[in-house]
Design a protein around this ligand. Structure first.
Ligand SMILES: [Zn+2]
Length: 409
């Protein structure tokens, strides 16, 4: 699945020209914040809202066991009955399929079709047509434009080497926090470099503030945005949009309120919630999650100019991000402690299917990784629905080890 990274991808070595931003010179005088509380279908109790989840694969190759594990959990989270929810039964959840294909140099032709074929084979269905991020560039343009209007992003001219030299990686995970060099640039110097056409990415400027959220598996989380995450690239210097912006725009506009992904994205979740909040303040809001047609609007609805602001009177309520339920999963490592990767061909569904492994065997193994059964015995995805619960994973959320040499006998 796509969701396995938080990287500083501000600078790549290819030579493509940077893409011009929408012209924002005229708009800065009129502050574009809504005066009325932002309407959101997602606010309110998580137990009374229709559940909307998503499968979000990157079409960079064949699915492997780690992807199936995440996809199964996302599918069960939306499809399993919720006895505590009075609406459950007559308002089934919705599961979208979003093909995360904006990192075009990594995309493999036909990989989207292989993934859909593997999902069918596994018995993991979705609702509506697949949504391709590569067709949503105008939405990301609009979001970046609105963040620029709100003075929340700035151009960064640093090379990767310059950033590494000026910053110390975080303990443990090697995450590099941007040292803020270009945030401190003199505005005249910044304008001069932009006018010269200097290669640059766009970074979001994060405040020294804490972002909190509850995770279904890992419990309460809090991150200091400036200190633990740092100013993050939203559009790369090669003109491609970063995952961190695209996923916020898409989850917001697709009405997603149930997010399941690896625990390496806990930090990204804090960042994404903050960006989501800024877009909400700029007038973006979730689409009606009752629309089960799969038709995703291609433009955000914008507020008419006469409703524009007085930021002083903007109610606190409008700044509260719509409620999303997050479940971050333990990671799955190989026996040497490295993260499972697509290069482990033995875990690739193409190879497994050729070897005659059944979908029930693959699902059963992943259900065991999710602690939904005590042994990796074969089972169908549908048979897991009745008793699905996050409880066993909450109780045991150590990272998993998956040994390709002993899989499936
Ligand atoms: Zn910079």
């Amino acid at each position: 699945m796509a969701e396995c990274r938080i990287v500083d991808d501000g600078h790549r070595d290819d030579r493509s020209a940077h893409v011009a931003l929408p012209n924002t010179s005229a708009g800065s005088a009129g502050l574009s914040k809504p005066s009325a509380p932002v309407e959101s279908n997602l606010s309110g109790s998580s137990e009374s809202q229709r559940r909307v989840g998503r499968l979000a694969p990157s079409p960079t190759g064949r699915m492997h066991i780690g992807n199936v594990y995440a996809a199964l959990a996302a599918w069960l989270s939306v499809r399993a009955p919720r006895p505590s929810d009075p609406n459950d039964g007559h308002r089934p959840g919705v599961l979208r399929l979003r093909i995360e294909d904006i990192d075009t140099p990594r995309v493999r032709k036909d990989a989207d079709r292989w993934i859909m074929d593997d999902l069918h084979w596994l018995g993991l269905d979705w609702d509506g047509d697949p949504v391709y991020q590569s067709k949503r560039g105008d939405l990301y343009d609009q979001a970046l434009h609105d963040l620029r209007e709100a003075d929340l992003i700035y151009p960064c001219f640093c090379s990767r080497a310059e950033i590494r030299a000026a910053s110390a990686p975080q303990e443990g995970d090697g995450y590099v926090i941007y040292p803020g060099t270009c945030a401190r640039l003199d505005p005249a110097e910044r304008d001069r470099r932009l006018a010269e056409g200097r290669r640059h990415s766009w970074r979001v400027h994060l405040p020294a503030a804490e972002q909190r959220f509850d995770d279904t598996v890992f419990g309460e989380q809090h991150f200091d945005l400036a200190r633990q995450i740092g100013d993050t690239v939203l559009r790369r210097s090669d003109g491609l949009y970063a995952y961190q912006l695209a996923v916020v725009v898409d989850d917001l506009l697709m009405g997603v309120n149930d997010v399941v992904r690896g625990r390496d994205l806990l930090r990204s979740t804090a960042l994404q919630l903050w960006i989501r909040d800024q877009l909400s303040t700029a007038g973006w809001h979730a689409v009606d999650s009752d629309d089960n047609s799969g038709d995703i609007p291609t433009r955000p609805e914008t507020l008419p100019p006469e409703t524009l602001p007085n930021p002083e009177t903007t109610s606190e309520a409008s700044r509260i991000p719509a409620r999303i339920r997050f479940a971050h999963l333990p990671l799955v490592d190989d026996p040497s402690g490295k993260r499972l990767a697509k290069r482990d061909r033995a875990l690739d569904l193409g190879v497994l299917r050729e070897e005659g492994v059944t979908p029930e065997a693959v699902i059963g193994y992943c259900a065991w990784l999710l602690r939904l059964q005590e042994t990796p015995q074969p089972v169908s995805a549908r048979d897991l629905l009745t008793d699905f619960s996050w409880e066993p994973l909450r109780a045991d959320h150590e990272d998993r080890v998956c040994d390709p040499t002993v899989l499936f006998g």
